[in-house]
Design a protein around this ligand. Structure first.
Ligand code: MSP
Length: 525
């Protein structure tokens, strides 16, 4: 694999990040880290969407300039991603100078080509969606079905994009490429939406929406926020209408846009038509994840149940974000909705990360110290039992299965395979009872069992790394294992003969979390 380029949606900065934003960024970071184990050229883009009427109004209500509000909130997103270990290559803000300049050129190119034209228009604009709604999509009371607010009637002379002329080509592309939209069950939804697609307004009158990028040569108009926002995927890596950068040539087309199911239409219809109009290759995949609820309830400001992602770490006094990352990434099968609850979080991470995985490593290393003073003897690495050989083959097989799940963006499913490998290894320990072998003075057999387990744990460290980078690093440290090993280079010959560890260097990689902490912090709040 020569490169992997992946992006998240860029978040609106009218508020602070919440657990839903975090879910997407964590999923994408996990995919990014996985691909960094498969190529040296991985590029991970995220950022913030800063223009439009929603930001303009929120800033006015708070007595701030839009830029002040954007600066304040963009920083909160960056801070949260740092705490959560979201390790992007670029954080683009749509107010960045290079982005604004290129968006103007993109718009001009489409005007020059005749894909964008001027037109007098009247329609229903929902500020929450930042788009015009089709009257047939409104509720019986004339409200936006997603935001349950009355859209505003807008009558303006705007620029329009000839979306309708790309309809057939988009439908064909979706049908010809069954893996283009992931999960595939969403492709039909998009095809239905395409059936009655019309040209879209792509600018607003500056007098009504002042906070946006000016149309070149027509400063009375500002560029529609979705055209501005979607373009980030190419501006961030150096697209230019005349002279695209070397980086752009290397990275484009994007391997995957990771987005929420609510904005699939913008990505699989509007964005694809723009790329077709710009004559650029299309994304390889658009992965639409599901939504996260809190205690099975939709998050909303009015219900007061909006959860800040970093508060989970604070409430459980977690030093690392690993457990939260693991929990979020495994909260739903590919593309389905997931849920966060304190109780479930505690139970799952204690069971998987502390009891199954952490304890297995800790017990095995402790036995190696107890029976062999931490030394792996040469005879522990040869003449293993059939069962041990079979477990080692399963470990190598799991690497391939996990890779295959990642190819299909099945992040929860991949984690389940890793935990199954851990479970099989725990069973191997129970079945072979190294403590009994030691009691019976069958020391070589005992050492072989332990060395086999430690070997599997090296593979587990590599596989769990995208989800839990700190835990993986702590595992690798105690195993003297090189965590930068690429997945293709993983072997079952990582443990070498010689002294592996001393008693004082053994430490638990994950301590059980305590739900009482969260309860107390809720009571305080
Ligand atoms: N600014 C646009 C995206 C432009 S991309 C060129 C936007 N912003 S958003 O802040 O409303 O949402 C950002 C991302 O967070 C979207 O992919 C959205 O689906 C996701 N989520 C917002 N709430 C969510 C949940 N409760 N659960 C999971 N993801 C959610 O849309």
């Amino acid at each position: 694999m020569d490169k992997y380029y992946l992006t998240t949606a860029i978040d609106y900065v009218n508020g602070a990040p919440h657990i839903g934003h975090a879910y997407e960024k964590i999923l994408t970071d996990i995919i990014a880290r996985h691909y960094s184990q498969r190529t040296d050229n991985m590029f991970f883009l995220t950022g913030t969407d800063e223009h439009g009427i929603k930001i303009q109004k929120t800033a006015a209500a708070q007595g701030k300039t839009p830029k002040e509000l954007c600066d304040e909130n963009a920083q909160k997103f960056k801070d949260a991603w740092k705490v959560l270990g979201v390790d992007y290559n670029r954080f683009i803000r749509t107010t960045d100078e290079d982005h604004e300049r290129i968006v103007q050129k993109i718009f001009k190119k489409l005007v020059d080509k005749g894909d964008i034209y001027k037109h007098e228009y009247e329609g229903w604009y929902c500020q929450g969606c930042e788009c015009f709604l089709n009257p047939k999509d409104l509720t019986e009371d004339g409200l936006c079905p997603d935001h349950l607010k009355k859209p505003e009637v807008v009558k303006e002379e705007n620029y329009f994009f000839k979306l309708s002329s790309y309809k057939d080509a988009i439908i064909k592309h979706i049908k010809d490429n069954p893996e283009f939209i992931v999960p595939s069950f969403r492709a039909n939804e998009v095809i239905n939406q395409l059936e009655d697609i019309q040209d879209i307004s792509v600018s607003r009158n500056k007098a009504n929406v002042g906070w946006g990028i000016d149309v070149l040569d027509d400063p009375e108009q500002s560029i529609y926020v979705w055209i501005d926002a979607l373009s980030n995927y190419i501006t961030a890596i150096g697209y230019d209408t005349e002279n695209p950068s070397e980086q752009f040539k290397k990275l484009w087309p994007v391997d995957v846009h990771v987005i929420g199911k609510d904005i699939l239409k913008f990505h699989s219809i509007y964005w694809i038509a723009i790329l077709m109009a710009l004559e650029l290759p299309l994304p390889k995949h658009i992965f639409a994840h599901g939504w996260i609820t809190i205690d099975e309830t939709k998050m909303s400001k009015s219900l007061g149940n909006v959860v800040s992602p970093t508060s989970v770490l604070e409430n459980f006094e977690l030093q690392y974000p690993d457990a939260f990352r693991y929990y979020m990434a495994t909260s739903a099968p590919c593309g389905r909705d997931g849920n966060y609850s304190d109780q479930d979080f505690k139970e799952k991470v204690n069971a998987h990360l502390a009891n199954s995985m952490g304890n297995l490593l800790n017990r095995s290393l402790s036995m190696l110290v107890k029976y062999f003073d931490g030394e792996v003897k040469a005879e522990f690495l040869t003449g293993r039992s059939k069962e041990a050989e079979s477990l080692l083959r399963t470990a190598l097989g799991t690497v391939k299965i996990v890779e295959n799940h990642f190819t299909h963006f099945e992040i929860q499913e991949a984690a389940q395979e890793i935990i199954s490998l851990v479970d099989a290894t725990n069973k191997f320990v129970t079945d072979n009872a190294p403590w009994t072998l030691a009691k019976e003075e069958k020391m070589t057999e005992c050492g072989q069992v332990l060395a086999t387990v430690l070997e599997v744990m090296c593979v587990v460290a590599s596989l769990i790394y995208p989800y839990c980078p700190n835990i993986a690093a702590d595992m690798a440290k105690q195993l003297s294992y090189d965590l930068s090993t690429k997945l293709d280079d993983i072997t079952i010959e990582n443990i070498k003969a010689g002294k592996l560890i001393s008693k004082e260097d053994i430490f638990p990689v994950f301590l059980r979390v305590d739900s009482e902490l969260a309860d107390k912090s809720k009571a305080k709040a």
